[in-house]
Write a protein that binds this ligand. Structure first.
Ligand SMILES: Nc1ncnc2c1ncn2[C@@H]1O[C@H](COP(=O)(O)OP(=O)(O)O)[C@@H](O)[C@H]1O
Ligand SMILES: [Mg+2]
Length: 313
């Protein structure tokens, strides 16, 4: 029996089951062949299309994909077989797209055969660390079990390390994570996420973690025109749109909101749109006998935006 040198789990079969092996699938020799077999290009194109801005992030993801594709081709020549270290760190302010990109990354890793399932398990400290002695190891192991075959996304990972607290169980979780990141890296990719400065401090105190992270990607804040484009894309995705005056009002809304504390980039945009949709619904709800057209039902008007508290001050 001949075992194919290279197979991508989950990739569409090009021939009937069983036939493949008998015919002997040739290992890929070109980038195009790996891309075609893995359908990774589709994920990269979607990433480009669906997400506004993030140019440096998209480029980094492409670079990592290129590395993995070339690695596959090297493997087909019997070169360096060791699994590349794929653990990553995504830094940036809230709402800059870290979780969203991590999900795409999981898909890419899956399509290229680096993880079996390609799902993403998103956790924070509380999911990993127990309150009492003996609780942390089982909690962490349970999460790892769920994430196996995919990506474990640890949001605000630095909270695992609390040096001010002598008896902190976070250290125990870190120990277990480090072991798994080393020994099971052929089936689990860990992505740490959080604010850049806190992550830097965390790595300084945890060199073991730092040395296991192969890729650091920084997510910049969005510029206001990008936030506007994100808003329009979100609305289109929900079959809503701005009336022209509403669009202008939202532009003004963003300018004001950006000056206020706790602005969370695309997340704040999503929340603002959710509230505007609520106001639109209440406005329409009040007009009991009017026939509501498709335009009525899909259009956010200026009032729906200007009623925000942001305009009050
Ligand atoms: N570049 C972007 N284009 C379109 N939508 C985006 C973009 N970045 C983030 N979003 C949306 O904003 C919301 C918050 O993004 P998320 O990935 O959760 O950010 P983070 O994990 O950095 O806090 C999600 O609904 C996401 O789909
Ligand atoms: Mg997030």
């Amino acid at each position: 029996m001949t075992t194919p040198l290279y197979a991508i789990p989950g990739a569409p079969a090009t021939s009937a089951p069983g036939v493949t092996e008998a015919a002997g699938v040739a290992p890929p020799r070109t980038v195009a062949q790996v891309l075609a077999q893995s359908q990774v290009e589709a994920v990269l194109d979607e990433l480009d299309r669906d997400l506004v801005g993030l140019k440096p992030v998209k480029q980094r993801i492409r670079d990592i994909a290129a590395l993995l594709v070339i690695d596959k081709l090297r493997l087909a020549h019997g070169l360096a077989a060791a699994t590349p270290s794929l653990h990553m760190c995504f830094t940036g302010n809230p709402g800059t797209g870290k979780t969203t990109v991590a999900m795409r990354m999981a898909q890419i890793l899956h399509r290229l055969g680096y993880v079996r399932k390609g799902h993403l398990v998103a956790v924070t400290r509380d999911d990993l660390v127990g309150q009492y002695i003996g609780h942390t190891a089982p909690k962490t192991k349970e999460v790892l079990k769920k994430a196996m075959g995919g990506v474990l996304f640890i949001d605000e990972a630095y909270y695992l390390y609390r040096p001010e607290n002598e008896r902190d169980y976070g250290a125990e979780a870190i120990e277990i994570l480090l072991q798994v990141m080393e020994n099971q890296r052929d089936d689990l990719v860990v992505i740490l996420a959080g604010y850049k400065d806190r992550m830097d401090t965390f790595f300084q105190s945890n060199p073991g973690m730092s040395s296991r992270i192969a890729h650091h990607i920084d997510f910049p804040d969005y510029a206001s025109d990008e936030l506007m484009a994100i808003a329009e894309r979100m609305l289109a995705g929900m079959a809503y749109r701005f009336a022209p005056e509403a669009r202008a009002a939202f532009d003004e809304y963003l300018a004001r909101r950006l000056q206020q504390p706790h602005f969370a980039n695309a997340r704040s945009v999503r929340n603002a749109l959710d509230r505007a949709r609520l106001r639109q619904a209440s406005r329409l709800f009040a007009e009991r006998d009017r026939v509501l057209t498709e335009a009525d039902l899909t259009t956010l008007d200026e009032r729906d935006i200007r009623a925000s508290r942001v305009f009050a001050s």
